[in-house]
Design a protein around this ligand. Structure first.
Ligand code: NAD
Ligand code: DAU
Length: 338
């Protein structure tokens, strides 16, 4: 199979490309990435230099001509769309790029793929499209979409477009909705790598609100396997939930990290909450278990220790991804939260 992966220089895309090239000697991958502040070409430089089955293309999923040419010239069979603006806090600051890439870019990819007769298209979405849960229950694929942030609204917009492409054109699209990923290469604006950076520097760890919001954590490789199973076995037109069966409050995640790092809990600072902050996510992934044979494999405690060890061993990577744009956003955002 010849696969177009978009957003492959980001966190999940990088892990996905590495895993797929290892697992499938007969697959080749073209990675189309715009290299926003969150994309890092160096993540996969070893593959660019040594792996004939991998090719990097610098470009935007919103560019109709470029995507059309790529699908044609490279004779691609399938698409996996990871490309997105992915950080909720940035979407609160400025929703526009989220609409442009997450809705417009996704639709452009679908349209180009439809016109080129692409055989399979996996659109990578998120649990956040369902909104928020109370203290009990889990999201299923039939939970109504009820997004609360500009980020999740833009992801829900693309999910609805995907549905419309299936119903209207019988376009062979599948949707994945996964909970919070963690693992190597995650950009240090997200909770776990940000707390790692702060703790290592003995700086305060900014926990939003009361720290009791709950996320369902999944190790990134397990999510990547879910995307792979969807691509190879999923039913066209279907959305599949994926999760880690690992509900944790934010404060508990942060305290565990401090304990792994041997740092004091006095570093924790409760700051002004994120507006529209979803209280709890939890995924019912029984459909993916039944139809695709999916199951998360790594317990959260083991995955977290492995992740912290990866960041410990990759200090230069962490330094290098903190570009000027990263620092400007982070300084302003956290200054405003006190
Ligand atoms: P990320 O921010 O780390 O990476 C996004 C990548 O997309 C970057 O390499 C960036 O350069 C690229 N990109 C952005 N706009 C682009 C454009 N217009 N054209 C081409 N490339 C572009 O994000 P991530 O955490 O790896 O998430 C990947 C996907 O998975 C996203 O669609 C996200 O919504 C979804 N998702 C993420 C999580 C999570 O916990 N991180 C969970 C569920 C779903
Ligand atoms: O659930 C899937 C989603 O997970 C993905 O779709 C998103 O792309 C991804 O960014 C992630 O969204 P979250 O908002 O859940 O992740 P984030 O790491 O930003 O925050 C996790 C929790 O930690 C959330 O409840 C907010 C809280 N938090 C986050 C930051 C950055 C803090 O308390 N302090 C912080 O400084």
């Amino acid at each position: 199979m010849k696969l177009l992966v978009t957003g492959g220089c980001g966190f999940i895309g990088t892990n996905f490309i590495r895993l797929m090239l290892d697992a499938h000697p007969d697959w080749s991958i073209v990675n189309l990435d715009k290299l926003t502040y969150a994309g890092n070409r160096l993540n996969l430089l070893d593959l660019e230099e040594n792996a004939p089955r991998y090719e990097f293309v610098h470009g935007d999923i919103c560019n109709r001509e470029l995507v059309m040419d790529l699908l044609n010239d490279k004779r691609l069979d399938a698409v996996v769309n990871f490309a997105a603006e992915s950080h909720v806090d940035r979407s609160i600051n400025d929703p526009s790029p989220f609409v442009t890439t997450n809705v417009g870019g996704a639709q452009n990819l679908m349209e180009c793929a439809r016109q080129r007769g692409i055989e399979r298209f996996v659109h990578v979405s998120t649990d956040e499209v369902y909104g928020t849960l109370g203290p009990s229950g889990k999201f299923t694929e039939t939970t109504p979409l009820s997004p609360n942030s500009p980020y999740s609204a833009s992801k829900a917009g693309a999910d609805l477009m995907a549905r419309a492409y299936f119903e209207t054109y019988h376009f062979p699209i599948l949707i994945t909705r996964c909970s919070n990923n963690y693992g190597p290469y995650q950009f240090p604006e997200k909770l776990i790598p940000l707390m790692f950076l702060s703790a290592k520097a003995d700086k305060s760890l900014p926990v939003y609100g009361d720290g009791l919001n709950v996320r369902d954590w999944i190790y990134v490789d397990d999510h990547c396997r879910g995307v792979e199973l969807t691509l190879t076995k999923g039913r066209e037109g279907q959305a599949y939930n994926f999760g880690g069966n690992a509900e944790e409050t934010n404060i508990s995640v942060v305290k565990t990290m401090l304990s792994i790092l041997g740092k004091p809990e006095s570093l924790i600072t409760f700051v002004t909450d994120r507006p529209g902050h979803d209280k709890r996510y939890a995924m019912d992934f029984s459909l993916a278990a039944r139809e695709l044979g999916f199951a998360p494999t790594l317990p959260f405690s083991e995955g977290l220790a492995r992740t912290v060890a990866w960041y410990e061993a990759n200090g230069p990577w962490l330094e290098q991804v903190q570009s000027g744009e990263y620092r400007t956003f982070m300084d302003t955002w956290y200054e405003e939260r006190g």
